[in-house]
Write a protein that binds this ligand. Structure first.
Ligand SMILES: Cc1ncc(COP(=O)(O)O)c(C=O)c1O
Length: 446
């Protein structure tokens, strides 16, 4: 597979051209990569409406992901989430209030995108969940909700896979959405690689009309790299507007380091990813076997993610996170019940050996009878998300927040899923949940 962006910059760098253009470092090495950090000079194309090397590289990506069109993001999934909402909003039924119907485990980027376009949100709650991170919505739940709604939403929005590795059945949801002629939008920030598995569960290959991926989360790409994908049938004609939508929310100086990284990802995907994923999932299976021997479950449905569930063992306050850190292992996420380890083919044998040793040295826990079920707090929306996000606000201790209206959601990364949504009236139940997630302060509308 060709790498047109990398090839162009390599040639440009070798030509030793006098750089009387941005960036100001002029290719001189400070951090070490400046010589290949350029801007939109002649021949380098324009990410906002590509016709040259960026177009070629995006088309390569589109072929690999089997989409109608794939647009590069240099603002991670966040930029694509904004663009997805914007695109769906642009084809909405103009009568009535614009409402987006979203699974409640949406990332904060969704809430901020809703605020920016000025839509309302109605939440979809799962039949059962084990965490704030998980809201797997079934076709039945979606259809029942749609039947009850007086105003048809302009989009249905889901997050799959979620932070813990739960995967939604996108195909069945897309059939419901098709029936109601509503675009299905999928936040697949954690699942770019899933297009290249033996049994792919990438949303855009299973009927999501629009889908965002963070390339940097599961592919060997630099932080900030992402994609916006448009499904191959393009029922809503999004492909013609996709670059414009991304431009509305992106920088006018896209990083060519990130574009080269995405260009190189194409080559990696084409040449190597399938074998790498198989190899990595075999290593994960090995860890799973060690975990089983300790009575600890990996609840992730993803083959390269390990979500250790400590909620079902009698652990007597054993500090799992610190146990793994004592083996010089850092993981993606932990809370009181789970630790999430994200693996890739670029984890070394030594990395996996460390993880195996850390698991092997865990005590053998006995199973507890407790099953950890999570209840979402169904907050009352007393102000629009937009008004609350853009309102003047102050940060106060969570104990003092009952009855106040949430401003910007109090969430840290990861998993950055709002515990209280902007515009919701804060209740005792919210406070309990905020405390459960160790939040001491919350931003409220003044
Ligand atoms: C589910 C989900 N969606 C969207 C994002 C935003 O992705 P990015 O950091 O690539 O902008 C994240 C980031 O962690 C995420 O976890």
């Amino acid at each position: 597979m060709e790498t047109p962006i990398i090839d162009f910059i390599k040639k440009y760098n070798e030509a030793k051209t006098a750089r009387f253009h941005m960036p100001g470092h002029k290719g001189v090495s400070f951090l070490g990569f400046e010589n290949i950090d350029i801007t939109e000079i002649k021949g380098a194309d324009d990410l906002s409406c590509p016709t040259g090397i960026i177009k070629q590289s995006e088309e390569n990506a589109s072929g690999l992901f089997k989409t109608k069109c794939t647009v590069f993001s240099v603002g991670g999934s966040t930029q694509s989430v904004n663009a997805m909402l914007f695109l769906a909003y642009s084809v909405r039924d103009k009568s009535g209030n614009p409402v987006v119907l979203a699974a409640r485990n949406a990332h904060k980027s969704f809430v901020f995108a809703v605020a920016k376009i000025g839509a309302e949100v109605e939440w979809l709650y799962p039949e059962k969940s084990n965490s704030l991170c998980s809201a797997v919505i079934t076709a039945e739940v979606l259809e029942n909700k749609l039947k009850q709604m007086k105003t048809k939403p302009f989009a249905v929005y889901i997050t799959t896979p979620d932070y813990l590795g739960n995967v939604t059945d996108v195909k069945s949801l897309s059939e419901v959405c098709r029936k109601y002629n509503i675009p299905l939008l999928a936040d697949n920030a954690h699942g770019a690689y899933s297009a290249f598995l033996n049994e792919p569960f990438h949303p855009v290959q299973n009927g999501a009309d629009l889908c965002c991926d963070s390339a940097h989360k599961t592919l060997p790409a630099i932080t900030g790299c992402g994609y916006l994908h448009i499904e191959k049938n393009d029922y809503f004609g999004f492909s013609k507007k996709a670059h414009n939508a991304m431009t509305v929310f992106g920088t006018s100086s896209p990083s060519y380091l990130l574009l080269q990284s995405l260009d190189l990802c194409n080559k990696y995907i084409y040449e190597k990813i399938e074998d790498d994923l198989l190899e990595c999932s075999e290593k994960v299976k090995l860890i799973n076997r060690l975990l089983n021997a300790k009575n600890i479950k990996n609840i992730s449905c993803e083959p390269i993610k390990i979500t250790m569930d400590f909620s079902t063992v009698q652990s007597n306050n054993f500090d799992f996170a610190e146990h793994f850190r004592s083996y010089n292992i850092e993981f993606e996420y932990s809370d009181k019940n789970y630790i999430v380890f994200m693996a890739s083919a670029y984890n070394s044998a030594d990395d996996f050996n460390k993880l195996a040793s850390a698991v092997n040295s865990l005590p053998e826990f006995s199973q507890s009878t407790v099953t950890s079920l999570f209840d979402f707090v169904k907050g009352e929306q007393v102000m629009s998300v937009r008004d609350a996000v853009f309102a003047d606000s102050e940060e106060i201790p969570v104990e003092d927040a009952v009855g106040r209206v949430c401003g910007a959601p109090t969430v840290s990364c990861p998993p950055a899923i709002p515990i209280v949504v902007s515009g919701e009236k804060i209740t005792e139940e919210h406070i309990a949940l905020l405390k459960y997630y160790d939040k001491t302060h919350i931003r409220v509308v003044i």
